[in-house]
Design a protein around this ligand. Sequence first.
Ligand code: C2E
Ligand code: CA
Ligand code: CA
Length: 293
Amino acid sequence: IRCADAAMYSAKQSGRGQYRFFDPSLNLTDINEFSLEQSLVAALSERQFILHYQPQIRLDSMQVSGYEALVRWEHPQFGLLYPDRFISLAERSGFIVALGWEVIRLALEELKGWSAQGRSSRLAVNVSAIQLRQADFSERLLSELAQRGIEAWQFELEITETVVLDDEGMAVEHLERLRVAGLNISLDDFGRGYAGFAHLHSMPLNTLKIDRALIAPLSNSYDDNPIVSSTITLAKRLGLTVVAEGVETRDQLVYLKLAGCDIAQGYHFSRPMSAEQLYQYAPFTRTAEPVCG
Ligand code: C2E
Ligand code: CA
Ligand code: CA
């Protein structure tokens, strides 16, 4: 049956109305992927998706400015699965729409819990371009916020350039509407794929996140890195808040602070944490270690 599954999966990947005989070269990842796709739907009703939270630190005050929510799947057999194992599959199969609403629901429930404890904060979720193709996306999101008494400033959407590249007219409208309502809109992974300068002007954004591939080479805080420093300058001239992601070392942090970056996120401060770990980390009241300039 596993061999037949793999053959069927391979046929499905080639489009509609295809058939395939099993061939040993159809490797295990095809089989795994097929069974993963099958269990994604069950995982949703079994509530196996959870969020981890990674703090973002303001470099002027070294205080936590908010958190990014990152989805994980608590798989009953395979353990904790990271998004690289299932997000692109969910995007290909369209399951990302249902998963996206589950992530939003989990994030809003967490925010509500924080507020009840007097620890209001801002929480960002990652949103895939496919989610923004739903005609009722912005309306439904605003009503989900209102139902829980969550204020717009507490919620942020992280989007990527693909939103604009494959926009059929709806995505930018949703984002504009949400930004007017007071939500923060952040452009993720800037500098990873296409050069996005052309879109920066036309997108309704508040924040630019510099991809960790650009941050990783920053090793010595005294050497200039013209790409990173000019990206920061450009973003600030466009009136955007700048977040550096994947900050792993103190040298990177010092460089970014001197270059005028507003916020940093990465293992240097903290790995993404479960809700329980976050409660113990308690950065709501604690200040992170200051950086001298
Ligand atoms: P991303 O949005 O760029 O998220 C940041 C990723 O970098 C996270 O991986 C995080 O754990 C990792 N990271 C954070 N700090 C550091 C660091 O200092 N060094 C290094 N090397 N890595 C760091 P994660 O959680 O595995 O997420 C991977 C990607 O999956 C995310 O990349 C995002 O594109 C996607 N993703 C996560 N959650 C969701 C979701 O709810 N919906 C959608 N559509 N995509 C999601
Ligand atoms: Ca992100
Ligand atoms: Ca990113």
